[in-house]
Design a protein around this ligand. Structure first.
Ligand code: 13P
Length: 253
Protein backbone atom coordinates (compact mmCIF):
# COMPACT_ATOMS: atom_id res chain seq x y z
CA UNK A 1 0.00 0.00 0.00
CA UNK A 2 1.52 3.30 -1.00
CA UNK A 3 1.30 6.33 1.25
CA UNK A 4 -1.01 9.24 0.56
CA UNK A 5 1.00 12.38 1.16
CA UNK A 6 0.14 16.07 1.13
CA UNK A 7 3.19 18.29 1.59
CA UNK A 8 3.19 22.06 1.97
CA UNK A 9 6.11 23.94 0.43
CA UNK A 10 6.13 27.36 2.06
CA UNK A 11 8.97 28.53 -0.20
CA UNK A 12 10.48 31.83 1.07
CA UNK A 13 7.40 32.99 2.94
CA UNK A 14 6.56 33.78 6.53
CA UNK A 15 8.14 35.58 9.46
CA UNK A 16 8.63 33.72 12.73
CA UNK A 17 5.21 34.85 14.01
CA UNK A 18 3.46 33.97 10.75
CA UNK A 19 5.07 30.55 10.70
CA UNK A 20 3.98 29.88 14.27
CA UNK A 21 0.41 30.99 13.59
CA UNK A 22 0.10 28.93 10.41
CA UNK A 23 1.52 25.80 12.04
CA UNK A 24 -0.68 26.11 15.15
CA UNK A 25 -3.78 26.48 13.00
CA UNK A 26 -2.88 23.45 10.87
CA UNK A 27 -2.05 21.30 13.91
CA UNK A 28 -5.39 22.13 15.54
CA UNK A 29 -7.47 21.61 12.41
CA UNK A 30 -5.77 18.29 11.66
CA UNK A 31 -6.42 17.12 15.23
CA UNK A 32 -10.09 18.11 15.10
CA UNK A 33 -11.00 17.22 11.53
CA UNK A 34 -8.81 14.40 10.23
CA UNK A 35 -8.00 10.80 10.95
CA UNK A 36 -4.37 9.81 10.48
CA UNK A 37 -4.90 8.47 6.96
CA UNK A 38 -2.83 11.00 5.07
CA UNK A 39 0.81 11.78 5.77
CA UNK A 40 1.13 15.54 6.07
CA UNK A 41 4.51 17.21 5.62
CA UNK A 42 5.27 20.85 6.45
CA UNK A 43 8.31 22.22 4.63
CA UNK A 44 9.01 25.65 6.11
CA UNK A 45 12.15 27.72 5.49
CA UNK A 46 15.19 26.41 7.42
CA UNK A 47 14.99 29.04 10.16
CA UNK A 48 11.51 27.82 11.14
CA UNK A 49 12.39 24.14 11.44
CA UNK A 50 12.91 24.05 15.19
CA UNK A 51 9.85 26.13 16.12
CA UNK A 52 7.57 24.28 13.69
CA UNK A 53 8.80 20.93 15.01
CA UNK A 54 7.94 22.01 18.55
CA UNK A 55 4.36 22.76 17.53
CA UNK A 56 4.00 19.51 15.58
CA UNK A 57 5.16 17.64 18.70
CA UNK A 58 4.60 13.92 18.51
CA UNK A 59 1.76 14.09 15.96
CA UNK A 60 1.29 10.78 14.14
CA UNK A 61 0.01 12.60 11.06
CA UNK A 62 2.24 15.66 10.59
CA UNK A 63 5.93 15.45 9.73
CA UNK A 64 8.67 18.01 9.27
CA UNK A 65 10.47 18.56 5.98
CA UNK A 66 12.94 21.04 4.52
CA UNK A 67 13.08 22.64 1.08
CA UNK A 68 16.65 21.78 0.15
CA UNK A 69 19.92 20.35 1.47
CA UNK A 70 23.55 20.41 0.46
CA UNK A 71 25.14 17.70 -1.66
CA UNK A 72 28.14 17.86 0.71
CA UNK A 73 28.33 16.28 4.16
CA UNK A 74 29.93 19.25 5.96
CA UNK A 75 32.70 21.80 5.65
CA UNK A 76 33.52 25.21 4.24
CA UNK A 77 30.32 25.86 2.25
CA UNK A 78 29.10 29.19 3.61
CA UNK A 79 25.33 29.49 3.74
CA UNK A 80 24.65 25.83 3.04
CA UNK A 81 22.65 23.42 5.23
CA UNK A 82 23.50 19.73 5.47
CA UNK A 83 21.12 16.77 5.55
CA UNK A 84 22.64 15.75 8.91
CA UNK A 85 21.61 19.12 10.36
CA UNK A 86 18.05 18.68 9.09
CA UNK A 87 17.81 15.21 10.60
CA UNK A 88 19.14 16.50 13.93
CA UNK A 89 16.32 19.06 14.03
CA UNK A 90 13.71 16.35 13.55
CA UNK A 91 13.10 16.55 9.80
CA UNK A 92 11.88 13.39 8.09
CA UNK A 93 11.62 14.69 4.51
CA UNK A 94 13.51 17.06 2.25
CA UNK A 95 12.40 18.51 -1.09
CA UNK A 96 15.14 18.05 -3.69
CA UNK A 97 15.35 19.47 -7.19
CA UNK A 98 12.44 21.89 -7.08
CA UNK A 99 12.18 23.67 -10.44
CA UNK A 100 12.87 27.02 -8.76
CA UNK A 101 16.20 25.67 -7.50
CA UNK A 102 16.97 24.14 -10.89
CA UNK A 103 16.21 27.44 -12.63
CA UNK A 104 17.50 30.14 -10.24
CA UNK A 105 20.35 28.21 -8.60
CA UNK A 106 21.32 26.14 -11.63
CA UNK A 107 21.04 22.79 -9.86
CA UNK A 108 21.91 20.06 -12.34
CA UNK A 109 20.61 16.50 -12.46
CA UNK A 110 24.07 15.30 -11.37
CA UNK A 111 24.25 17.67 -8.37
CA UNK A 112 20.80 16.45 -7.36
CA UNK A 113 22.10 12.88 -7.13
CA UNK A 114 24.55 14.11 -4.49
CA UNK A 115 21.73 15.77 -2.54
CA UNK A 116 19.57 12.65 -2.73
CA UNK A 117 22.50 10.56 -1.45
CA UNK A 118 23.11 12.94 1.45
CA UNK A 119 19.42 12.88 2.38
CA UNK A 120 19.28 9.08 2.30
CA UNK A 121 22.52 8.66 4.26
CA UNK A 122 20.98 10.76 7.02
CA UNK A 123 17.66 8.93 7.12
CA UNK A 124 15.59 11.56 5.29
CA UNK A 125 13.08 10.75 2.58
CA UNK A 126 13.74 12.89 -0.49
CA UNK A 127 10.70 14.45 -2.17
CA UNK A 128 12.30 14.50 -5.59
CA UNK A 129 10.80 17.07 -7.97
CA UNK A 130 10.59 16.73 -11.73
CA UNK A 131 8.58 18.52 -14.39
CA UNK A 132 8.77 20.11 -17.81
CA UNK A 133 8.71 23.74 -18.99
CA UNK A 134 5.94 24.98 -21.27
CA UNK A 135 7.92 24.68 -24.52
CA UNK A 136 8.59 20.99 -23.87
CA UNK A 137 4.88 20.39 -23.18
CA UNK A 138 4.03 22.19 -26.44
CA UNK A 139 6.49 19.99 -28.35
CA UNK A 140 4.79 16.95 -26.83
CA UNK A 141 8.10 15.59 -25.48
CA UNK A 142 7.18 15.98 -21.79
CA UNK A 143 7.29 12.28 -20.95
CA UNK A 144 10.80 11.87 -22.41
CA UNK A 145 11.95 15.05 -20.65
CA UNK A 146 10.71 14.01 -17.20
CA UNK A 147 11.82 10.38 -17.41
CA UNK A 148 15.29 11.60 -18.38
CA UNK A 149 15.39 13.81 -15.27
CA UNK A 150 14.62 10.73 -13.18
CA UNK A 151 17.16 8.54 -14.97
CA UNK A 152 19.99 11.04 -14.61
CA UNK A 153 19.39 11.86 -10.94
CA UNK A 154 18.02 8.65 -9.43
CA UNK A 155 19.00 5.57 -11.41
CA UNK A 156 22.31 5.09 -9.57
CA UNK A 157 20.31 4.35 -6.40
CA UNK A 158 19.94 0.84 -5.04
CA UNK A 159 16.52 -0.77 -4.80
CA UNK A 160 16.50 -0.21 -1.03
CA UNK A 161 17.29 3.47 -1.54
CA UNK A 162 14.65 3.90 -4.23
CA UNK A 163 12.02 2.64 -1.79
CA UNK A 164 12.62 5.75 0.34
CA UNK A 165 11.99 8.21 -2.50
CA UNK A 166 8.83 10.23 -3.01
CA UNK A 167 8.39 11.80 -6.46
CA UNK A 168 6.68 15.14 -7.03
CA UNK A 169 5.63 15.89 -10.61
CA UNK A 170 5.38 19.64 -10.98
CA UNK A 171 4.87 20.95 -14.52
CA UNK A 172 6.67 24.30 -14.47
CA UNK A 173 3.92 26.01 -16.45
CA UNK A 174 1.46 25.19 -13.65
CA UNK A 175 3.52 26.45 -10.70
CA UNK A 176 2.15 29.64 -9.18
CA UNK A 177 0.28 30.43 -12.39
CA UNK A 178 -3.22 29.36 -11.41
CA UNK A 179 -3.10 27.13 -14.50
CA UNK A 180 -3.27 23.60 -13.14
CA UNK A 181 -2.62 20.49 -15.21
CA UNK A 182 -5.84 18.65 -15.99
CA UNK A 183 -6.31 15.45 -14.03
CA UNK A 184 -5.80 13.53 -17.31
CA UNK A 185 -2.48 15.29 -17.95
CA UNK A 186 -1.37 14.53 -14.38
CA UNK A 187 -2.47 10.89 -14.62
CA UNK A 188 -0.66 10.40 -17.96
CA UNK A 189 2.62 11.64 -16.49
CA UNK A 190 2.27 9.88 -13.15
CA UNK A 191 1.59 6.57 -14.90
CA UNK A 192 4.62 7.13 -17.14
CA UNK A 193 6.81 7.89 -14.11
CA UNK A 194 5.61 4.74 -12.32
CA UNK A 195 6.24 2.66 -15.45
CA UNK A 196 9.72 4.14 -15.88
CA UNK A 197 10.71 3.41 -12.28
CA UNK A 198 9.11 -0.04 -12.59
CA UNK A 199 11.16 -0.86 -15.70
CA UNK A 200 14.35 -0.27 -13.74
CA UNK A 201 13.45 -1.35 -10.19
CA UNK A 202 10.53 -3.73 -10.68
CA UNK A 203 6.83 -3.47 -9.98
CA UNK A 204 7.16 -4.16 -6.26
CA UNK A 205 9.09 -0.88 -5.92
CA UNK A 206 7.05 1.20 -8.35
CA UNK A 207 3.68 0.02 -6.99
CA UNK A 208 4.63 1.38 -3.56
CA UNK A 209 6.07 4.66 -4.86
CA UNK A 210 4.12 7.76 -3.83
CA UNK A 211 3.90 10.24 -6.71
CA UNK A 212 2.62 13.71 -5.79
CA UNK A 213 1.24 16.35 -8.12
CA UNK A 214 2.27 20.02 -7.70
CA UNK A 215 1.25 23.16 -9.55
CA UNK A 216 -1.69 25.40 -8.60
CA UNK A 217 -3.31 22.62 -6.58
CA UNK A 218 -6.19 24.18 -4.63
CA UNK A 219 -9.20 23.01 -2.60
CA UNK A 220 -11.41 23.26 -5.70
CA UNK A 221 -9.28 21.01 -7.94
CA UNK A 222 -7.57 18.67 -5.45
CA UNK A 223 -10.35 16.12 -5.31
CA UNK A 224 -10.39 15.67 -9.09
CA UNK A 225 -6.58 15.36 -9.24
CA UNK A 226 -6.39 12.96 -6.26
CA UNK A 227 -9.12 10.77 -7.77
CA UNK A 228 -6.69 9.55 -10.45
CA UNK A 229 -5.16 6.12 -9.98
CA UNK A 230 -1.52 7.21 -9.98
CA UNK A 231 -1.86 10.53 -8.14
CA UNK A 232 -0.97 9.82 -4.51
CA UNK A 233 -1.17 13.32 -3.14
CA UNK A 234 0.14 16.82 -3.67
CA UNK A 235 3.03 19.19 -3.17
CA UNK A 236 1.29 22.45 -2.42
CA UNK A 237 2.80 25.93 -2.74
CA UNK A 238 0.57 28.99 -2.38
CA UNK A 239 -2.40 27.18 -0.87
CA UNK A 240 -0.21 25.69 1.88
CA UNK A 241 0.18 29.19 3.34
CA UNK A 242 -3.52 29.34 4.22
CA UNK A 243 -4.38 26.82 6.92
CA UNK A 244 -8.03 26.41 5.81
CA UNK A 245 -7.08 25.81 2.17
CA UNK A 246 -4.27 23.43 3.05
CA UNK A 247 -6.42 21.32 5.36
CA UNK A 248 -9.27 21.32 2.82
CA UNK A 249 -6.83 19.97 0.22
CA UNK A 250 -5.84 17.17 2.62
CA UNK A 251 -9.53 16.44 3.22
CA UNK A 252 -10.04 16.01 -0.56
CA UNK A 253 -8.85 12.41 -0.27
P1 13P B 1 1.83 26.46 -6.30
O1 13P B 1 0.93 25.50 -5.56
O2 13P B 1 1.89 27.81 -5.66
O3 13P B 1 1.53 26.49 -7.77
O4 13P B 1 3.32 25.88 -6.16
C1 13P B 1 3.56 24.55 -6.44
C2 13P B 1 4.93 24.23 -6.00
O5 13P B 1 5.89 24.69 -6.56
C3 13P B 1 5.08 23.36 -4.81
O6 13P B 1 6.39 22.95 -4.66
Amino acid sequence: MRKKIVAGNWKMNGTYEEGQKLTSEIVNMVKDELKDEVTIVLNPPFVHLQSVKKLIGDSKAIFLGAQNCSDKASGAYTGEISAAMLASFGASYVIIGHSERREYFKESNKELTGKVNQALENGLSPIFCCGEPLEIREQDTHVEYVTQQLTESLFSLSEEQMKKIVIAYEPIWAIGTGKTASSEQAQEMHAAIRQHIGNKYGASVSDDLSILYGGSCKPDNAQELFSKADVDGGLIGGASLKSRDFVDIIKSF
